[in-house]
Design a protein around this ligand. Structure first.
Ligand SMILES: [Zn+2]
Length: 248
């Protein structure tokens, strides 16, 4: 282990101690923290916990960032993981580097070259996906789902209302749902469905991949407005068929 690695682990450990491990009082020891730079497209970072170990991936665009910027980011990521508010001075320190023209340019280039989907934002015109996620996580999952990247789709896709991309740890919700014509509980239901995909990974049976396992379906039916959501879903599908018939 290099000095730099050890330093990174220490900074994250310090952040966990600072927040006293959040509601679950989870403070991993230094050896259980793994921090890597990762060639994400754009400035994207993830933190997750698996079996008591912490895995952090920091955009490699921050490789040359000053130590105080990395430290600020560490505190922000740990705050996000523990559903705590990041300190304004950390946000400022991070932004001062992230929003520098050189960083933005490097981020643009990386995005183009690495050809990954563009992450827009969790904040829509009407609905804030992060807010909905946190509420669902509290109500239905005992806050056990680590927050993925949440984003509205770039286009108003009607054919796919939600998607969970495990490789990129991203939930995308169709921008068509970010509308005052769509009730909040329906957007919530679509997000709930995608969160279930995180909780219930696909199972391979006889060489076939099953995404909606019986356990998945059973839990999905526990959604309080499940029947109502199904009706709305039927309506969305009918509307789509009408549009398609008209276009044909
Ligand atoms: Zn599904």
């Amino acid at each position: 282990m290099s000095q730099a690695d050890l330093h990174l682990k220490r900074v994250f450990h310090e952040a966990f101690r600072h927040f006293r491990g959040g509601r679950r009082r989870f403070i991993p020891d230094i050896g259980s923290i793994e921090v890597r730079f990762y060639p994400y497209a754009g400035l994207h970072h993830t933190i997750r916990v698996r079996s008591g170990r912490v895995y952090v991936r920091i955009s490699d665009l921050l490789r040359a960032a000053p130590p105080e910027v990395i430290r600020a980011l560490a505190f922000m990521l740990v705050a996000r993981l523990l559903s705590r508010k990041p300190a304004p001075e950390h946000e400022r320190a991070y932004r001062s580097f992230a929003f520098r023209p050189e960083t933005l340019r490097a981020s643009d280039i990386a995005r183009r070259q690495r050809g990954r989907k563009v992450i827009s934002s969790a904040t829509g015109k009407i609905y804030d996906l992060e807010k909905l996620f946190r509420r669902l996580n509290r109500r239905h999952f005992d806050e056990a789902i680590e927050i993925p990247t949440l984003t509205w789709s770039q286009r108003k896709a009607r054919s796919i209302l939600g998607n969970h991309d495990r490789a990129h740890d991203t939930i995308t919700i169709s921008k068509a749902l970010d509308s005052s014509d769509v009730p909040e509980w329906f957007v919530e239901y679509i997000l709930f469905h995608e969160m279930l995909h995180i909780k219930h990974p696909a199972r391979i049976i006889n060489g076939r991949r099953y995404y909606h396992t019986p356990a998945f379906r059973a839990e999905e039916r526990s959604y309080p407005r499940y029947a109502q959501a199904q009706e709305w879903l039927d309506r969305v599908i009918r509307r789509r068929q009408e549009l398609r018939a008209r276009a044909a």
